[in-house]
Design a binder for this molecule. Sequence first.
Ligand code: ADP
Length: 406
Amino acid sequence: MKILVLNAGSSTLKSCLYELNDVLSDRPPQPLWSAQIDWTHQQGIAELKVKTATGDRLEEEFTSESRTDAISRMLETLWKGKTQTINDLTEIDIVGHRVVHGGQEYQQSTLISPDVKEAIARLSVFAPVHNPVNLEGIEAMENILPNVPQIAVFDTAFHAQLAPAAFVYPGPYEWLENGIRRYGFHGISHQYCARQAADILGRDLSDLRLISCHLGNGCSLAAIRDGVSVDTTMGFTPLEGLMMGSRSGSIDPGILIHLLKQSDFTAEKLDDLLNRNSGLKGISGVSSDMRQLVQAITQGNQRAQLALDIYIHRLRAGIGAMLASLGGLDALIFTAGVGENSPVVRAAACEAFGFMGLQLDGEKNQQSPVDRDIAAVDSAVRVLVIHTQEDWEIARECWKIALCSG
Ligand code: ADP
């Protein structure tokens, strides 16, 4: 079965093609083909990068009138030219889409119908940056492959079983009735990491208490018991919780009231400040990128040091909160750009939990561990670095649906 995965973001679009057999392997296979379109560099110009499992590569720039045009060009590289992987697009059995917000309605992956599309559009008020582009991706694929089933895999779905005490905000009760509640995000990544953790540890997922730290440009934690998310740091939007690359994470809402009372302040300005000019970038004035931040620290930049100190302080506090929700811990997982690549962040986060017997193996932490346990042999808690593979998780969800309906 050939499954095409589409992960459409606001300025980039990633896609890959997997071939799955009747029995799923636990370890993710290599995609047959993967591609990325990036619109960030020049207005109206798309940069396309493609690679195949056999090592062929293609890079090109083209003018793109619309997303459908750009996606069509990208898909051409699947069956034409040096990155050709299949004979034609009819070989694709299913298309899986990452959809950021599934609201209260969609608590698991779903075959896309007009009703599902209507819901994704309606939920755009809650996820204005993501849901509209996810929907555009779906519609583009429907135009290109009208007879192929399309599946929506939601980033919120993994957190669907949070208890009311964890998802209801202590504002007026009407908020809850109007859908203003905590949803949680990065669910596809947390779900993948939880299963992978069980595999690395050789234990049953239904017997584990895990904290998954997804630390990329966006950052969130999930407390996972028996494979189910019981608490998470992101909430109504992906702005709540930890300090992030350019997002503030949680701050006193009184600050927002204070700012909005200033006559020239607008909601748009607030959005820009909190989503794009806060976090590591806002405090350091250097960058939202952890690599550049650490480099600035080595050159004596005090604001960069302060940014890292806040990041660690809040990460530790978040892990502490997840710990309380779990009542104990078998493994702490680090994933995504920072989690997978920054020994400094991992060591600083873990140091705070030495009191409960959590101990890193310093040497293993310094190496570039992928899908490895980096805890000391006698640590009371395992510490895992897992390379998150959201696209593979989406393909798995599609495979499960195909199997159930087939
Ligand atoms: P996204 O959340 O957009 O998917 P990623 O998971 O790729 O992002 O994470 C991006 C971040 O990972 C970068 O901003 C950078 O701070 C961090 N990162 C990547 N490589 C390293 C590294 N070697 N050391 C420290 N941080 C890194």
